[in-house]
Design a protein around this ligand. Structure first.
Ligand SMILES: [Mg+2]
Length: 209
């Protein structure tokens, strides 16, 4: 069973808080912060990522690309490293699990089902969050956008996991909350289960309707 992370096991409120603090840190100038917020569809008033925002499904490097033009230093590699290190610091005090995720992972760990995480976050960040949540014993594999298999919606991560575990697509299940998860699963030939939060009503209609 392959899980997406954010919005599937990790509460999206984690990223509402981390993204807000990240923007405060990166862009102390108010006008620049407001412009950067619009570029990633983050609402500074409600301190939350807007429903349906592209960054909910994008890999870290994609939304770093959206923020980089607002960096006054103009050094994109250095900016990207600063973003990742700031997130790693902010995550320590903000990461929280979705209701029921602890129980579900604990239950699955008592079975012989193989459990993997496939996220568009970086692998290091994902491993950090899994450790903070006490889930490291539950996962047989963790891959991120930078693990060498590409990012969702391309199927590379999922195909690499199937190969690693010697599992056929039809015998696996992908669980996620965005169109990127759904498309990656379909491209890999893996059945897909949608976690519904109202983030992406269009795929809910596709899947449920
Ligand atoms: Mg997600």
């Amino acid at each position: 069973m392959i899980f997406d992370k954010d919005g599937t096991l990790v509460d999206q409120q984690t990223w509402d808080r981390v993204t807000g603090s990240l923007l405060d840190h990166l862009f102390p100038d108010v006008e620049t912060r407001e412009a950067a917020s619009r570029a990633i569809e983050y609402d500074l008033d409600s301190r939350s990522i807007s429903p349906g925002a592209a960054i909910l499904a994008e890999s870290n490097d994609q939304w770093i690309d959206r923020l980089a033009p607002f960096d006054p230093d103009g050094d994109k590699p250095a900016f990207g490293e600063r973003v990742e290190s700031t997130i790693a610091e902010l995550i320590r005090t903000n990461v929280c699990a979705l209701d029921g995720a602890d129980e579900l992972l604990g239950h699955l760990a008592s079975t012989d089902v193989l459990i993997a995480l496939a996220t568009n976050d970086s692998e290091a960040s994902a491993r950090n969050q899994v450790a903070l949540l006490g889930w490291q014993q539950h996962f047989d594999a963790i891959v991120g956008y930078d693990s060498g298999h590409g990012a969702k919606p391309a199927p590379g991560m999922l195909l690499a996991l199937l190969e690693h575990f010697h599992v056929r697509p039809a015998d696996a299940l992908m669980v996620g909350d965005t169109w990127a998860d759904q498309h990656a699963a379909e491209a890999a030939g893996i059945p897909f289960a949608l976690v519904q939060h109202g983030n992406l009503s269009e795929i809910q209609e596709d899947v449920v309707g």
